[in-house]
Design a protein. Structure first.
Length: 235
């Protein structure tokens, strides 16, 4: 079976800083691939490369069988939520849903389904600039799912959001994966860990791949390390 994502010897440089090099991994259909690491390790940069937003220094990246340096056809089957909202700021929630549905050739029924699934009824006529981060992320994910993508790429989708929105988003992501979807997600806490098939740790320009149990152990080690460092600085 062809992987949804195949990355080979990927390297990225920003200015004079080499973020990472020699990164290789695959994500199979139906998997949820988590990415975590230290601040500035390149998590968001990696996501932007996979989504076709940023160019990369060297290596090869294939998404859904397409070489992303040669074509953008893979984007037709991609859903994306980044830390920088891609919603139209001068539109209301329902206007965003309708407009993005038209761009993706999604049906009115799909729009209604997303409104119900993410419980957006009371926010439909509100401008997106008035929404708190939790509702904003619910709208963003709803828009990303309108065209029933094969692959979701998410960057810190549950960071700093309220408990209700977090649980609702995780519930919808679980359903997406159960239906055979594939997901890549960066994160800054381990609340979504039960859904990950594999987890990558980015640090010092290198990537280490863990199974969920190994990732939890590494997460605990990092939390302990930074807590100890914080305690030293407090002294």
């Amino acid at each position: 079976m062809e992987p949804v994502i195949r990355v080979t010897n990927l390297a990225q440089k920003i200015g004079h800083k080499l973020l990472f090099q020699g990164i290789s991994f695959e994500v199979q259909p139906g998997e949820c691939f988590g990415i975590f690491g230290t601040r500035g390790a390149g998590k968001t940069s990696l996501v932007h490369i996979l989504a076709g937003i940023d160019r990369f220094k060297s290596g090869q990246v294939a998404i859904l069988g397409f070489n992303i340096k040669k074509t953008e056809k893979f984007k037709r089957s991609l859903g994306l939520v980044t830390q920088e909202s891609s919603l139209f700021r001068d539109m209301t929630v329902v206007e965003n849903l309708d407009f993005i549905a038209a761009l993706k050739k999604a049906s009115r029924a799909a729009v209604r389904e997303m409104i119900e699934s993410f419980q957006l009824q009371e926010f439909l006529t509100k401008p997106v600039t008035s929404l708190d981060i939790g509702v904003l992320q619910r709208v963003s994910l709803a828009c990303a799912l309108l065209n029933q993508p094969k692959l979701l790429i998410l960057d810190e989708i549950i960071k700093d959001i309220d408990l209700f929105s977090r649980n609702l988003i995780l519930q919808e992501l679980e359903q997406f994966l159960a239906a055979g979807g594939t997901c890549v997600s960066t994160f800054s806490n381990f609340v979504f860990s039960q859904s990950f098939s594999k987890v990558a740790w980015l640090e010092g320009g290198e990537m280490t791949i863990y199974d969920p149990e190994g990732a939890q152990a590494e997460w605990n080690r990092q939390v302990k390390y930074y807590a100890e460092q914080s305690g030293r600085y407090d002294d």
